[in-house]
Design a protein around this ligand. Structure first.
Ligand SMILES: [Zn+2]
Length: 164
């Protein structure tokens, strides 16, 4: 069952995902029924509430673990470019983070036809270009993962802007 769910995360097409989910769901239904019947047989009637509580606590932990596993898979599986790219433009990398209290996504691209081929653009509208690939990744990373100092600086900039 766990293998089925994991395979779902790595499946290439939605059709495969649908089949895997259906199979996993069938398995899970069987497991649930067997588990509940077994518990009823093994425990004296007076202990049924305790047994079922423990059972649900256990499945709660299971949900937590599978959520953690999903998170790990999502961060280790390379993200595909979601936006359409110009013809001469190559997708280089995507940075997920946040700044100013909002989620931000930076897409880095390379296009040899531009005067500065290396460019990243953020979902907030910010964009920077670089003549070489050096500097693109650190700057994109820092934009989506601002340090305490960066946050203080952008806060100060906003304040001075609204004060004027
Ligand atoms: Zn931004």
């Amino acid at each position: 069952m766990i293998a089925g769910v994991t395979a779902t995360a790595l499946a290439p097409t939605s059709a495969v995902i649908a089949i895997l989910l259906a199979l996993t769901g069938l398995l899970q239904a069987a497991v649930l029924i067997t588990r509940n019947l077994t518990l009823r047989e093994q425990l004296p009637a007076g202990l049924h509430p305790v047994g079922y509580s423990a059972l649900y606590a256990g499945s709660g932990i299971g949900y937590g673990l599978s959520a953690a596993a999903t998170g790990l898979l999502l961060t280790t599986t390379p993200a595909l470019p979601s936006s359409s790219l110009e013809e001469a433009e190559f997708w280089v990398g995507t940075f997920h983070g946040s700044h100013d209290g909002l989620p931000a996504k930076v897409t880095a691209t390379r296009d040899d036809t531009r005067p500065e081929p290396h460019v990243w653009t953020c979902t907030c509208g910010a964009s920077r270009s670089f003549p070489t690939e050096h500097g693109v990744w650190p700057a994109a990373w820092r934009h989506t993962h601002p340090t305490r100092y960066d946050r203080l600086r952008s806060w100060a900039t906003r304040r001075s802007r609204t004060a004027r």
